[in-house]
Design a protein around this ligand. Structure first.
Ligand SMILES: [Zn+2]
Ligand SMILES: [Zn+2]
Ligand SMILES: [Zn+2]
Length: 337
């Protein structure tokens, strides 16, 4: 029988994550280590230190980390074996850069891993997504915390978040009003309290003001690479046409991270100014200098680096706690257009 790939699937070149036992508890296999195998191993950064289990398996030592693992002869000769120790080290480093802790690969799906987030919850994410998060191209959000946050946001306006609305686009949720009526509302509208109840007709009387946190992404231009900023601000109206209202360039993207309704514009203004004073005093390095923003957007001050997000969110949590949940008022309609 020729030596050829097998179907037992414990090692395949196409799914390197599923390959290779990290250590060798396998019985040795009596047989020579052919010189051209050893040459192939060295060319790929490994040393063959033995044959194990059967005539198809080799025990390799990694030239980078000196860790050993078992792979198939076929993989060595036709592809590039992956050192599981180096792979795990890379995953730990990538996870750290993405702000989470790598726990383990998903044994059911080789492209997915389990991670612990700062909140303590375990996230299951594609490795590729974590790579992107490590490069700052995306964020890793805890779905459990996100649901809890949305529940609290709905409560502020007298609604109970029930769950996703499977019949509509993914940004819609089902909510139950204080009167008992259930309806589907876009999550972004609920964030600003723009939701009227179709049953009891409680109509829109939006909060006088809002404190908000935006994640602003500016595209690269001739003078500068793409940039990412945090904007903490307040507004008397739900900020919907971000680009226009914030004077952002074409191609800018804005994500609403947080909104806290405030009882008066005066309170919003004072609270926002106090928060900025604390942030600037404690984290001057995170304040973006006006010169960097000149010509790129109208906003010049009170713009922060993305790494301050957790600190700013803690500040917003405190503001929200001070306001307290407030039910029944501020139920409003989605404005036409
Ligand atoms: Zn290694
Ligand atoms: Zn969480
Ligand atoms: Zn109602």
């Amino acid at each position: 029988m020729p030596e050829r790939p097998f179907s037992d699937n414990s090692t395949t070149a196409g799914h390197p994550d599923a390959s290779s036992l990290p250590s060798c508890d396998l019985p040795p296999f009596q047989g020579p280590i052919r010189p051209h195998w050893q040459n192939a191993a060295r060319a790929k950064g490994f040393e063959i230190i033995g044959r194990v289990r059967d005539r198809y398996h080799l025990h390799l030592r990694c030239g980078d980390c000196a860790g050993t693992h078992v792979t198939k002869l076929f993989v060595l000769m036709s592809a590039r074996p992956l050192c599981p120790h180096c792979l795990a080290a890379r995953r730990r480093a990538t996870a750290e850069a993405a702000g989470v802790t790598f726990l383990r690969q998903d044994p059911e799906a080789s492209l997915y891993g389990f991670y612990r987030a700062d909140c303590g919850h375990v996230l299951r994410r594609q490795f590729e997504i974590v790579d992107r998060a490590a490069r700052g191209a995306t964020g890793l959000r805890c779905g459990i915390c996100l649901i809890q946050r949305e529940e609290a946001e709905a409560q502020r306006y007298g609604w109970q978040r029930l769950g996703p609305d499977e019949t509509r686009p993914s940004n819609y949720r089902l909510y139950r009003h204080g009167c008992g009526h259930v309806q589907s509302i876009a999550q972004a509208n609920m964030l600003w309290g723009q939701c009227d109840c179709a049953a009891c007709g409680e109509s829109w009387s939006s909060r006088p003001s809002f404190i908000y946190l935006f994640d602003i992404r500016l595209p690269a231009d001739d003078d500068a690479p793409s940039r990412r900023y945090l904007k903490l601000g307040y507004s008397a109206h739900p900020v919907k046409r971000y680009r226009h209202q914030l004077g952002l360039p074409i191609g800018a993207e804005v994500e609403v991270l947080r909104v806290v309704p405030m009882p008066t514009g005066h309170a919003a203004c004072g609270t926002e100014k106090a928060a900025h004073a604390r942030l600037v005093r404690a984290h001057p390095e995170a304040v973006v200098p006006a010169a960097e923003l000149a010509g790129r957007m109208k906003l010049r001050s009170e713009i922060y680096r993305p790494h301050l997000r957790a600190v700013i969110e803690a500040e917003i949590d405190r503001i929200a706690r001070d306001q307290g949940p407030d039910r029944g008022d501020a139920v409003s309609a989605d404005p036409p257009g």
